[in-house]
Design a protein around this ligand. Structure first.
Ligand code: ATP
Length: 314
């Protein structure tokens, strides 16, 4: 017998981001109750969203909404890959990289409208040493910043800026050998980022041309960032101009082996974990169904949003 109403689980991470989520239940109540059964669930600990999403898949729900940032989205979405369960995102984190890349509004009411519209797109996901990511995974400076951020009690831009400064002061570049069917690299580097999405979050575009539906990742290798180049590099990141950085090497490919000097930290969607010396990364084409705005095309660079980004950062 077919179910009449569609079932939605909304998983709320109460500690993500810096904004209150107290309006989320009322806003979700505006979803048509004749068509949808919406169940609200609040996470109580790290990894809880994954447990709830696993239950959702077992119960054959139609859609799981992640209310949080990239960490929460990752915990939910990694369970939904290669299933028919659709991911919805209500961005409520700090960086919100995946939501931004999909043009999902950060405004709560507008994000709920996207859920109601029900437009489904299929996006790629990445696998790095068996761990799933959707935005970026990487080693080097960005991984160390993610590790530093893990131990901070606060969230938000200021915490990330402070973590970056702390990591930069003691940073020592490592040597990476990167082997792919589409090009190789072997040298010391500041960071190596495998980008499925174009940005880390906070509109920091490490791979502005990355496309989440092409079955490929853009491996952005930043060989060095000298102190005098920090302002320029930061501007290039927020203005989608990192391609103009003379220290950037980019390889576009569907799989790669990254060999480094020793095992250590790697980040997945901004979440740091420890992993082996060698990291095998691949992209699986369009394995996740996600609710998106009608127009998924990214807006062209415009001066106003560029200035807004800089002002926000400052
Ligand atoms: N009740 C809870 N108590 C403590 N941590 C939790 C709880 N629920 C979820 N978490 C953890 O909170 C972490 C941060 O969540 P999330 O990444 O969504 O927010 P954020 O870091 O503010 O945003 P972004 O990743 O977009 O920068 C996740 O690693 C998640 O496992």
């Amino acid at each position: 017998m077919s179910r009449v109403k569609k079932k939605i689980y909304a998983i709320i991470n109460p500690v993500s981001g810096t904004k209150s989520k107290k309006e989320v239940p009322d806003m979700l109540a505006s979803i048509d109750a004749h068509k949808y059964d919406v169940h609200l669930l609040i996470t109580g600990y790290e990894g809880h969203a994954t447990q709830i999403a696993l239950d959702a898949v077992k119960e054959n729900v139609d859609c799981v909404i992640a209310v949080g940032g990239d960490g929460t989205v990752n915990e939910v979405a990694k369970v939904l890959i290669d299933t028919n369960v659709v991911l919805g995102i209500i961005p409520s984190g700090s960086g919100n990289g995946l939501a931004r890349d999909l043009n999902i509004p950060l405004n709560l009411k507008k994000a709920v409208e996207i859920i109601k519209e029900g437009v489904v797109s299929q996006i790629d996901y990445g696998v790095a040493n068996g761990h799933i990511f959707f935005c970026t995974c990487g080693v080097g400076f960005d991984a160390l910043v993610s590790e530093k951020a893990l131990n901070q009690s606060s969230r938000g831009k200021l915490m990330y800026a402070k973590s970056m400064l702390d990591v930069y002061v003691n940073f020592k570049p490592e040597r990476y050998k990167i082997t792919t069917p589409d090009g190789n690299f072997d040298d010391k580097s500041f960071l190596v980022t495998c980008a499925n999405a174009s940005q880390y979050g906070y509109n920091g575009f490490i791979a502005p041309d990355a496309n989440m539906q092409d079955g490929k990742m853009n491996i952005a290798i930043l060989k060095s960032v000298l102190p005098m180049n920090i302002p320029q590099t930061a501007l290039q990141l927020v203005s989608k101009n990192i391609g103009n950085n003379s220290n950037l090497v980019e390889i576009i490919t569907s799989e790669a082996l990254i060999e480094r000097e020793s095992d250590g930290v790697m980040h997945l969607d901004g979440n740091a974990i420890q992993t082996d010396k060698n990291i095998s990364v691949k992209i699986v084409k369009q394995g996740l169904k996600v609710l998106v705005p009608r127009e998924i095309e990214k807006p062209a660079f415009d001066a106003q949003s560029f200035l807004t980004n800089i002002t926000r950062w400052i």
